[in-house]
Every structure is written in C-alpha cells, then in structure tokens.
Design a protein around this ligand. Structure first.
Ligand code: GAL
Length: 642
C-alpha cells in the first residue's frame, strides 16, 4: 500500500512547492492528489487557460519522486460559468436556488453544464493524459456531498420525463405501476409528471423511488462521460472517484462499475459524531471512532469496484465539519492507516497536506500546521510507512462471510420508514458489527454479486427482492440470514400479491401478515435476547427457532435459509452469528470490546479501538511479529499466520 496526501499547490506560494514535495517524500508519501477544486485557476477566463502553474507544480512533485492523482475540477465551476449559465445551478427540494460561493453548486441534469464538464475534462486530460507523473485520475469530488444528488431544476424535471418514458413506454403503464388511481394522481402524458417535491403531503412512494433511481442514474452518466474522455486521452491510468462515508444517495455499485479503483474519504471521528451512535458510544470512542466505521467502508468499497480500492482522504487530526471535533488519540492516525492496509487498500492519502489558514476549512487539521511545522499526523504517517515497509506486501484472503448491501434498499427504507428508527444503514452496520466483534472477516457486496464460495451470507434487508436475487440465494447451500422487510415491496413500490417476503417465499414458506414499528425504549425480550424497533406477525407452519414468551416467532429456519421477523438487538444478533458460524464452520474469535481483527493471506492484524490497554494473550495467537501482546490504546499488533 502506498501513502499519499491531498495537496493544493494553488493555495501556496510557488516557492514553497519544492520543499513541500521534499518533505512529503521524506515522510514516506509517494502519491499526491491535486486539482479537484482548481477550475478557476486553470481557466481564469472562458476559454483562456493558464496551465503554467499546474505544469510546474506537477513537475516539482514528479521531480521529488512523487506521482500525481489528478482530478477533473468539476465540483467547483467558476463564477464566470455560473453567470454565463445561471440555470446550471442546483435547485433544492424546497425549490431554492443553491448559490455560488462554496462548492458542488451544479445540477447533474443540466445539459449545458454536462457539456462544460466534458469540455474541461477533455482539456485537462489532453494536457496531462500522457504525462509520466500522472498515476491516476479522480473524477470530480465526492458526488452528492452537501445534499446534491437529488435536484429539482427544470433540467432535472425534463430529463426525468424522458427517463420515465424510456422505462414505461406509455403513461397508462406508469399510472398502473405507481397506483396513481389513488388520490386522483393519474397523468395523461409524461409531460405532466413533475419531480415529487413541494406536494401538500407526502408524494407517492413509487414516484419517489423512480425519482431516486433517476437521480442515481444521472450521477452514473455524469461520471461516465468523464470516464470515457479520460480513458481515451489517458490510456493505462487508473480512474477513481472518492466516495463518502455512510452515504447512500446514489448507487455506488453502478458508479463503481465504470471505475478501476473505488476510493473513499475516511473521517472516523466526524462520522461517529454526526451519525446515529449512542451517547455512550460517542463518549467511549470519542478519539478513536467506533471500531467498525472505517472497516465497514473498506469492505463496502472493496465490493464496489472488483476488489480494487483505496482511501483518498484520511482524517489527520480534528476536522471542522462535525458538531464537535475532537483530536484523535495518539496513534490513531497510524492505526487507521494500517487498518486500511490490512483490508487491502492500494493506497491511503491524508487530507490534507498543510492546514489552510484561510477560508472554510481553516479549522481542519493537516499533516502540517498552517505555519508549516509538522502536525501530529506527520509523525504518525512516518510510523505507518515504517510498519508497512516492515510487514511487506499483503495479499488478501477470501472472507468467509458476505453481507449484501443494496442502495435501493436504503432508498426504500428512507422513502417509507414506517417507524422513525428503521434506518437501513444502521441495520446493515449492526449486522456487520456483530460479525466483526466475533472476529469474522466480511465482504460487503452488491445484490448482483456472485455469492458462491462464501460460507455464510447475510442480507440485513432487501425490500425489493428481484427474481434474479432470489435465484442467487436459491443456488446457495451455505447458511443465509435474511432480515425483516425483505421482499415486502414490488419493483414499483407496492405490496406483493402474495404478501412479504414476496418472491423470497420460494426459499422459505412463510408470509408476513402484519408489521408494527416500536418507539425508542420499547423492546421485547426472552431469556438473554431482545428485539426492538420493528416486529412482524408471521404465518407459517415452520416451528420458530427463536420465539417471544407468548409464542410469536422471531426467527424461522428452513433448510439453510433463516428469516428474522424483527429488528434483532445485539444479543439476538450474537446468537445468530454464533449459530450460523457453528453450522458453516467459520472460525469464531469473540473479541474484547473495542478490539478488531483482520486477516491477510500471511498475517493477522489486531486494532485496539478501546481507549485502554488490551491483553491479546487470551486470543491464543502467540507472539506478534509487530507490536506488543498487550496492546496499548490505539495500538496495532500483527501475527504471522501459521
Ligand atoms: C471531504 C472533501 C474535502 C474536504 C474534507 C474535509 O468531504 O472531499 O474536500 O472538504 O471533506 O474533511
């Protein structure tokens, strides 16, 4: 795994570049990402390019032995372009124009902006496509950041109508599919259909789902236009995009299919603070991040682009954008880096090289302080580089468990949660965590993935289970765990004729006759396990494997297939993981709180997220080849595998 950083030469006087490059190399970095927000400096006036500074910056970096990951600068269209084409900006769900003065102010559907995106991409690719310094390309920057996937401009409405027409052919078919007879919502033509916003009360969920599918396809095609140009003008270079954490607004599997390498931006402390974690977890993991945040995304994005992935932005210290922005524990930056290494990343790049003393992100740490002195992350990167050199190349091994993750499932749950706390990402994350705290390595894969070869398959939920997906599961003979609400909707967001789990009834003979959602604090328990948030009444001749004291079945098993008719709490998930691991012959290593393992072909890595020392002797792994058997907080130890 290579190390790198995100560098903005345009932020610093040219006299500093050579020394910056020298220091990057001295720390052990070899890759530098450049250019994602530099459109205005590249093209200060329409059609007038200033390549000189970027030519020199690339030369300076290359001269220091670094290679460059160059970006298309389309996340920040310059003011002159917005003024030329005022309707290229995005319109939000409330119908408000999103103004100039930050970033991502464009609409994915605007034909004129698409042309501009192709034009600037072609110009940059033409200039640098064959340059020996260029190792890879990044398209744009963080599609969807700042709530920018769903747009409601006239351009988006127009393209949505075309998208619908291509799918439904005639408007009658759309009316029937969506159930538009309800509330007199029938249309006479595609021209009458608007985006589903600003309605008096909720719009039809089928309308929303198609709008989300459409919006996701817009991101896919926007990206593909850039990829096509880069492939033509810069053959042989990898193409990537930097995805975000806990973000499901577009289908990353679809975008990933057009990339060589999926990358993501890892900010474990910001994510802990901003997402659903309990106050206790936020306290316990304040300076470490919850132990599964980074790994979950490593395993998710590895599944988004044929196994090739990396970390494009690694948190180096406090960030500026969460409600509270603590500093990582000493050692954490190195731990995050080595964890990416153990999960198979091709590179980890820190965001950013030097903290900027100006503008929006002046409170965001870098590897250097604004005065140029080493910040804490510089030394941590040095020690990570040394550890990587010591441990040598790692090749990955097949994970025994697959967890199936679906962006469409996230949309369906978000469009119609039915209970405030039924959140898809959280469900998937809890199932993933249950596996990880038993020391099981996991591949997170898309619904179209080939699942043969796994020892166990986990489907937290798949509300729309396409026949092809059912076929995939039917072909497996390993244990399969299917979560609540699976098969509960048709492709056009209706309840299936045969009731949930719809087509999945081919795998397990049961039907869901009623569902209920439960408010926070309400749970139902038996012995040492409980459920909360969601429970289903199931009609079936099967004897439940787990039932509540009054006999209501919660887990049903039929051959290798299990169905969970509730939101399983941690305790029930632990039971299920243990039972399935025993059946599937998966090696279990129950781990102390905050410790996580990851195996490569040659080594076992342990990461201590707990904030206190952990003695690893009880794991029976012998003496580590790296680190100490008693792992300090934020410590990493590595054992050679027998
Ligand atoms: C990312 C973004 C970067 C920077 C960073 C700050 O979301 O790609 O440009 O804003 O966050 O943490």
């Amino acid at each position: 795994m290579k190390l790198g950083c995100c560098y903005f030469p345009e932020h610093w006087p040219e006299e500093m570049w050579a020394d910056d490059a020298r220091r990057m190399a001295e720390i052990g970095l070899s890759l530098v990402r450049v250019g994602e927000f530099a459109w205005r400096r590249i093209e200060p006036e329409p059609g007038i390019f200033d390549w000189g500074w970027l030519d020199r910056a690339i030369e300076v970096l290359h001269g220091a032995g670094l290679r460059v990951m160059l970006c298309t600068p389309t996340a920040t269209p310059p003011k002159w372009l917005v003024d030329q084409m005022p309707d290229m900006v995005a319109i939000d769900e409330e119908g408000r124009t999103r103004g100039f003065g930050s970033r991502r102010h464009y609409c994915f559907s605007h034909t004129g902006y698409r042309e501009e995106s192709r034009r600037i991409t072609a110009a940059v690719a033409q200039r640098y496509g064959g340059h020996p310094a260029i190792a890879a390309w990044q398209t744009d920057n963080e599609y969807g950041c700042h709530d920018t996937v769903l747009g409601f401009s006239a351009a988006a409405a127009a393209r949505f109508r075309i998208w619908l027409k291509e799918r439904y052919g005639d408007i009658g078919a759309l009316n029937t599919a969506w159930g538009n007879v309800f509330w007199s919502m029938e249309y006479r033509s595609f021209a009458e259909v608007d985006p589903p916003h600003l309605t008096v009360t909720e719009a039809n969920p089928a309308h929303w789902l198609d709008y989300r599918r459409f919006a996701s396809d817009e991101v896919v095609s926007f990206n593909r236009e850039q990829v096509d140009i880069l492939r033509e003008k810069s053959p042989g270079r990898d193409i990537t995009h930097n995805f975000m954490g806990f973000f499901t607004e577009f289908d990353h599997h679809d975008v990933g299919r057009d990339l060589d390498v999926a990358t993501w931006d890892s900010y474990p402390l910001g994510f802990l603070e901003q997402f659903w974690f309990s106050d206790d977890e936020k306290q316990a993991y304040l300076r470490q991040g919850h132990p599964d945040i980074a790994a979950f995304h490593h395993d998710l994005y590895r599944g988004c682009s044929n196994g090739r992935w990396g970390v494009m932005e690694q948190q180096p210290g406090p960030v500026n954008w969460a409600r509270f922005n603590p500093a990582p524990l000493p050692g954490m930056v190195a731990l995050w880096t080595l964890e990416a290494f153990a999960h198979g990343a091709e590179f980890t790049a820190y965001f950013r090289w030097r903290q900027a003393p100006f503008a929006q992100e002046q409170m965001h740490a870098g590897m250097l302080r604004p005065d140029g002195s080493d910040a804490e992350a510089a030394d941590e990167a040095r020690s990570a580089a040394a550890a990587i050199a010591q441990l040598g190349d790692q090749s990955s091994v097949d994970a025994p468990a697959a967890l199936v993750f679906s962006y469409e499932a996230a949309w369906v749950c978000g469009i119609q949660p039915q209970g405030l706390s039924f959140r898809y990402l959280e469900l998937a994350y809890e199932w993933y965590s249950a596996l990880r705290r038993h020391g099981i390595d996991v591949d997170i894969v898309g619904p179209d993935a080939d699942l043969t070869g796994y020892s166990a398959v986990f489907v937290p939920t798949m509300p729309i289970a396409a026949p092809r997906f059912t076929d995939t599961l039917a072909a497996l003979d390993c244990p399969v765990l299917i979560g609540p609400r699976s098969g509960s909707k048709t492709h056009s967001f209706c309840i299936p004729d045969e009731l949930a789990p719809g087509d999945l009834q081919r795998l397990i003979p049961l039907s869901v006759t009623r569902v209920e959602s439960l408010r926070g604090g309400v749970s139902e328990s038996r012995d040492d396990w409980s459920i909360s948030r969601w429970r289903e009444d199931v009609s079936s001749d099967l004897e439940p494997e787990f039932a509540l004291p009054d006999g209501r079945g919660i887990v049903f098993a039929h051959g290798n297939i299990r169905y969970v008719a509730a939101w399983p709490d941690r305790s029930l998930l632990d039971h299920l993981v243990r039972n399935i691991a025993a059946e599937a012959d998966i090696e279990l290593t129950p781990l102390p709180e905050g410790l996580r393992l990851r195996r490569t072909a040659s080594h076992i890595f342990a990461f201590n997220y707990s904030g206190c020392p952990i003695d690893t002797a009880p794991l029976g792994l012998g003496s580590p080849v790296f680190g100490a058997p008693v792992l300090e907080a934020a410590g990493v130890a590595v054992w050679a595998r027998a």
